[in-house]
Design a protein around this ligand. Sequence first.
Ligand code: ZN
Length: 254
Amino acid sequence: MGLVDTHCHLQDRAFDEDREAVIARALDALEWVVVIGDSLASSEAAAALTREGVFAAVGVHPYHPEQVDDAGVAVLRELAKRPGVVAIGEIGLDYYKHNNAPRDAQQEAFRRQLDLAVELILPVVIHNRDSHEDLAAILDAYAGRLPGGIMHCFAGDAAFVERCLQWGFHVSFAGNLTFPKAGAVREAARAVPLNRLLVETDSPYLAPQPVRGKRCEPAYVAHTAATLAEVFGLAPEDLASRTTENARELFRIS
Ligand SMILES: [Zn+2]
C-alpha cells in the first residue's frame, strides 16, 4: 500500500498553470489525496476537484472568521454533503500575527464549524498556531462529541500530543518535520501511537528536505514519510501502510 497526502491545497493559485499535471503526478505516486479548503471559495474549489483518488475537506481558516456567518455555514453544510467531501477543515485558531482576525471572532467561527462537524458526523482538520491554550479549552468542551479529527502540521511538544490523543485526534506531520532544526518536532512525534499517525504536505507550502524552498506538491510527501519512518524505526513501506490505513479509517474511505 502506498502513501496518501492527507492535507494539500491543490486549488491554490500556485497550481493554476499546471494543476492537472500536479494531480496526475500525485495519483501516480500516491493512493489518494485530500484537498483542504480554507475559505468558502477555496472549499467550493476543493469540492469541485474531487474525483477518483481526490477527496476534499471544506472549512474556513481562522484568517477569515467573518465568512462563518449563517449564510457561510449554510454554504459549508451543502458543500459537505457532496460526494467526495470527507471532513470539515481547515478550522481552528491562529494567534501568530498581530494583524490576524480578533481572537473572539476566530473562536466563534471555530465553534460554529465544530458544531457543523458534530451535526454532519464528519472529522475535523485543525489548524493551530500560537493558540494552544484557547484551542485546548474549546476542544475540551467538545470532548466525546467530535467524530475524530486531525491536528494538522504538528509543531507542538509531547504534552500537546497527549492532549490531541485525549480529544481522539490523529496527529499529522508535514515537511517541517524534516528540517534540520526540527529535532523537537521529531522528538514529539515519538509520543504518537502508530494508530494515530498521519503524514501530509500542506502543499504548496512547507516543501520537505531535500526540496525545501520549492513549491510543494503531494508527491513530495514521500520525503516527510521517510523521515517519519526513521523516527519510528520502521521500513518505509510499513510506515506507508500504517498511515494510509489510519487515514482511510478516519475519513471512512473504502
Ligand atoms: Zn493547510
